[in-house]
Design a protein around this ligand. Structure first.
Ligand SMILES: [Zn+2]
Length: 587
């Protein structure tokens, strides 16, 4: 009797355990608990390389451990370096005639300037344009010799206030530097016109998300200093700017001033980490589920804050504590049903997304599993602000043949609606996977008034809404993870990241952002039927020149691309198997 009783108890206990294992419920409360901690004052905006960022990574690791993940990397952390600060050293110098400039008061080196010295004559070259289009030409460098000299030029362009400015592609600082270098200038002095910066403040030394530096010194000087340089000519920047904007043609002139400057800029780096764990399945394939855990820290200029003058904890409850909570909660629910899984499921909390998708780019460049075996990548970035019409954004729907129908299939009977976009490239970590030919599913409830402000707080999170979304995604993930069928990758939208986002011409290849070989831009893949394919471009090629002009890095590539017109025939120099091959491309 007693033994019978024990057996019954054991059976009942087994039932309870199995029951609870198979029925993990995501609740508004379980979501709330993660966001509450991640978006707390103590976590201080989860800045990569700082204490708050580390606390967040540790919190996520503890959750992963609790769930019982297999660590794919050393104790769940995949470390990498990020640039946390750009500093100008005390060795910077600028002087001419009897004037000695003061660092940060009169001048400041640009964050991507070379560390270099130059003593030479200063030549004023307007906006530093070399625009050569069918209907529109403006070359500030014609009829003036800048070889080996300083060029002094205006920041920005004449139509800064117009959204459809015809100069937009030529107004960026990087583009102007490349043009000046092409023309043989040996140093660059940028100055702000009245239109751009009435108060004439110097640029702040902020990291522009690339470690690519120039070969020549590049300095921002104040208008008053520029006018001192021009003093012998009896003209000033204000007048020159007025003429340039009115006449839309060069006003270049030799200033006759000899200037000496030395630039020295240092990047400070700090360690951060992606947090990675896996629930093993029963095949050699994978699904990746990820969300970035970093945010903007205390904000400030250059942080990405939309209130850069307010130094305060940027809580990032929606961006992206909500997404991380989603990853952890899905992991718990999937883990409870892990026996039915075919594929392995890798969970990743990415760092340094806000600094330019650095964590996900690091992961795809240093993968811990074979990326060819990744069936799909799910990325969550802001799941906490479900709109009143229950619409969520679903990105990357065009990146596999099956995506659309799968998304619709599991939507039926739910209160949610989808706003679909086909493109594989978007403003978050899934882009890094799409660029590696992996089907992506990007989910977000979208941007809002508090986006990238300290006010992105937990009290504005729609917890019930997030539960609706996660229950939906769970079914979708589980379907793909337990199926025998793979997804068929399809290309959807451009495969190049654009700075300005508008190109009239395209070569039809995907830059390989992971490639560290220099100089040039690696070809990660070629679009079928594109000009690049027809000209014989191949995956693995490294582009080093377009139309005889150097392509040192992605910035130069985009500058060159902007200068091309549809219909033009151009040469593209590529390095293939160590040898130079010249391709002829009809745009
Ligand atoms: Zn985000």
């Amino acid at each position: 009797m007693a033994e019978e009783m024990n057996k019954k108890i054991i059976i009942i206990f087994t039932l309870i355990i199995t029951q609870s294992l198979y029925s993990y419920e995501i609740t508004p409360d379980s979501i709330y608990r993660h966001i509450k901690i991640l978006a707390s004052e103590e976590f201080a905006g989860r800045k990569p390389g700082e204490k708050g960022g580390k606390l967040a990574a540790e919190y996520i690791r503890n959750q992963f451990k609790e769930i019982g993940f297999t660590p794919l990397v050393d104790n769940y952390f995949q470390h990498f370096d990020v640039v946390t600060e750009v500093k100008a050293s005390d060795n910077n110098k600028l002087r001419f005639n009897n004037f000695i400039g003061k660092l940060k008061e009169d001048y400041i080196p640009i964050s991507f300037s070379a560390n270099a010295a130059l003593k030479s004559e200063v030549v004023f070259v307007g906006y530093g344009f070399d625009i050569d289009k069918k209907d529109f030409k403006w070359n500030d460098y014609e009829n003036i010799d800048v070889k080996g000299k300083w060029v002094m030029l205006l920041l920005g362009e004449p139509e800064m206030d117009k959204s459809d400015s015809k100069y937009a592609d030529f107004g960026t600082t990087r583009t102007k530097v490349i043009t000046a270098q092409d023309k043989g200038a040996a140093g660059i002095l940028f100055v702000a016109g009245v239109n751009l910066n009435k108060k004439d403040e110097l640029l702040s030394l902020t990291f522009d998300k690339s470690e690519s530096r120039t070969e020549i010194p590049v300095i921002n000087i104040r208008r008053s200093i520029a006018n001192k340089i021009l003093s012998e000519k009896g003209i000033n920047i204000e007048e020159l700017e007025k003429n340039l904007n009115k006449n839309e043609r060069p006003e270049s002139l030799e200033t006759g001033t000899i200037l000496y400057a030395y630039t020295e800029v240092f990047l400070t780096k700090a360690k951060t980490s992606n947090v990675i764990g896996m629930i093993p399945g029963h095949s050699n394939e994978y699904i990746v589920i990820g969300a970035h855990y970093d945010h903007l820290g205390m904000g400030g200029h250059g942080s990405g804050s939309r209130k850069p003058d307010t130094i305060a904890v940027h809580h990032g409850a929606d961006d992206n504590a909500s997404g991380v909570a989603g990853v952890i909660e899905l992991a718990k629910k999937i883990s409870a049903n892990r026996k039915k899984l075919k594929t392995n499921i890798i969970f990743i909390a990415f760092s340094a997304e806000e600094m330019g998708l650095l964590g996900s780019m690091y992961f795809v460049s240093n993968p811990v599993v074979d990326l060819k075996k990744v069936r799909a990548m799910f990325n969550f970035d802001m799941l906490g602000r479900l709109k009143s019409d229950n619409t969520i954004l679903a990105g990357g729907t065009g990146t596999s043949e099956e995506s659309d129908s799968l998304l619709d299939l599991h939507l039926s009977g739910r209160k949610l609606k989808l706003a679909k976009s086909r493109e594989g490239l978007g403003p978050s970590d899934h882009s890094s996977f799409y660029l590696n030919n992996i089907p992506v599913f990007f989910f977000s409830t979208g941007a809002h008034e508090d986006y990238h402000k300290p006010e992105d707080d937990i009290d504005k999170i729609d917890l019930k809404g997030e539960k609706l979304i996660l229950d939906y995604i769970y079914e979708l993930v589980f379907d793909i993870a337990s199926s025998d069928k793979k997804l068929t990758f399809t290309e959807a939208g451009p495969k190049k990241r654009s700075i300005k986002g508008r190109y009239k011409v395209t070569l039809g290849f995907m830059p390989d952002f992971a490639s560290t070989e220099k100089p040039g831009v690696g070809v990660g893949g070629v679009t079928q039927g594109s000009p690049a394919e027809m000209a014989g471009m191949k995956k693995g090629d490294r582009i080093i020149a377009i139309d005889g002009k150097t392509v040192k890095d992605i910035y130069e590539y985009m500058t060159r691309l902007n200068q091309l017109e549809p219909g033009q025939v151009i040469t593209v120099d590529v390095i293939r198997d160590g040898e130079k091959v010249v391709l002829l491309i009809q745009l």
